[in-house]
Design a protein around this ligand. Structure first.
Ligand SMILES: [Zn+2]
Length: 447
């Protein structure tokens, strides 16, 4: 590949490293970070110098929760558009969720089909989660051996017929199988019985939708999941936590040694139920965006380390499926390109730093997936960077997004943090919104 062996020095007054943010010169060779040198270190002979001034150099973001929907529902998104949007947003690695594509990633053969579709379209590095269904326990080990990063399951209906949920007995069976080979189960945790007993009024009122997906559904499902993980000594991860009520349960389980990690998402951390206009189903997702007081508690959970990661749960559809009735509209928020500025805007307002953002959006998700070569600006890791003009602001114009469908809950928001460039293994793949040809690789779990 041309240029790949050329040495590069990326210099900034604000390089976000595991030891803090400082002026530094990052020496890159063969796509890998060779050293993080003092800012005024001599540039080696033959190396190219890129000085980005006061723009911050973050580790490329790792988004472990993306619904690419390709093949099968490519009109909703797709590897070409999703990875371009990700690159434009400072993300250098994404892990694709096993559902909403056809086929879903529930057998090793299906994984191969998805990999073939993704390979020529990947502008960033792409890996895959497998799916745990009621009837595919025998497929879990082969999927694990084929390199998926773990397995996703639902405990309540997923929204698509080909990806049914697990009941508690099926959950126990799948989890025992996965624990048997040291795998990871990632869980959409809403309890179906709690959902069934909540008022289902339908219609365009956000308050009615919120009441139909109560916190207790999450709280109960998480309690059950933790009990199963404890009994089986299994490793589990709670996807898209919205209910802050569950934080105490999770923290207590960890203190007891239960292997449970947790993510939340930009929409839960930056948008509130109070601001959702009636009929505005671009804000619909499950679990739902809750009240401002809940959001404050989620930020406290990030600050004290109970919540490990922030990932997008980018789950778009075509605009026609976002009907004005919250009960029937497609549930999913589109945010892949916007997660970094959305979170940075709220994080800085709450007194957090870019070091925190890098930990939540790059280091922790990389660790969740066992991606040892990703997630930090330090020697030995892949030279993946997001260069952020942290003080600049912009107003979200859906027409400028690279997502296939430009419906987004962030339209019209003014955000801090403009991604000036994104680098993958030492090559600039996005610069001020202009994308290079695809050079992403398909990733497999480190064996
Ligand atoms: Zn999701």
């Amino acid at each position: 590949m041309p240029g790949v062996d050329v040495k590069l020095v990326l210099r900034s007054t604000r390089v976000v490293t595991p030891e803090g943010t400082r002026p530094a010169a990052v020496l890159v060779s063969g796509g890998t970070i060779e050293a993080v040198l003092p800012y005024d270190a001599e540039v080696p002979a033959g190396a190219r110098l890129e000085d980005v001034g006061d723009h911050a150099v973050l580790p490329g973001l790792v988004d472990t929760h993306v619904h690419v929907n390709d093949p099968g529902r490519t009109e909703w998104e797709g590897f070409w558009t999703a990875t371009r949007a990700a690159a434009a947003g400072g993300i250098t690695t994404l892990l694709d969720m096993p559902l909403n594509s056809l086929p879903p990633t529930t057998t090793a053969e299906h994984l191969r089909i998805k990999q073939e579709v993704a390979r020529p379209k990947a502008h960033i590095d792409v890996g895959f989660w497998g799916g745990a269904l009621p009837d595919n326990v025998k497929d879990l080990r082969p999927l694990h051996d084929a390199g998926v990063f773990g397995f996703k399951c639902f405990l309540s209906p997923s929204g698509v017929d080909e990806f049914p949920e697990l009941d508690q007995e099926q959950l126990a069976r799948s989890l025992a199988e996965i624990a048997g080979f040291g795998g990871l189960l990632i869980v959409h945790a809403e309890d179906p019985h709690e959902l069934a007993s909540a008022p289902q009024r339908g219609g365009g009122k956000y308050a009615d939708f919120l009441a139909s997906r109560p916190r207790d559904a999450e709280n109960q499902a998480i309690e059950n999941l933790i009990a199963q993980a404890k009994r089986l000594n299994a490793r589990v991860h709670v996807l898209h936590l919205s209910s802050s009520d569950a934080l105490g349960t999770i923290a207590a389980a960890r203190r007891e040694g239960v292997r449970v990690t947790v993510e939340s998402c930009p929409h839960f951390l930056t948008l509130t139920a109070e601001e959702v206009p009636d009929g505005a189903t671009e804000f619909k997702c499950c679990p739902p965006i809750r009240e401002a007081s809940n959001q404050d508690a989620l930020w406290a959970g990030l600050a004290d380390g109970t919540i490990d990661c922030i990932v997008s749960d980018h789950s778009p559809s075509t605009a026609d499926l976002k009907t004005p009735d919250f009960a029937t509209a497609w549930g999913g928020i589109s945010s892949l390109q916007l997660g970094l500025p959305a979170i940075w805007t709220e994080a800085r307002r709450r007194g957090h730093t870019l070091d925190d953002v890098a930990r939540w959006m790059s280091t922790a998700p990389a660790r969740l997936a066992g991606l040892e070569q990703k997630g930090a600006v330090e020697a030995g890791r892949d030279a993946d960077f997001a260069v952020l003009d942290a003080e600049a602001t912009f107003t979200v114009d859906p027409a400028e997004l690279q997502h296939r469908n430009r419906v987004t809950a962030y339209a019209g928001k003014t955000l801090h943090g403009v991604v000036r460039s994104t680098w993958l293994r030492g090559t600039r793949i996005a610069a001020d919104g202009v994308l290079a040809d695809p050079t992403g690789r398909l990733l497999e779990r480190n064996h």
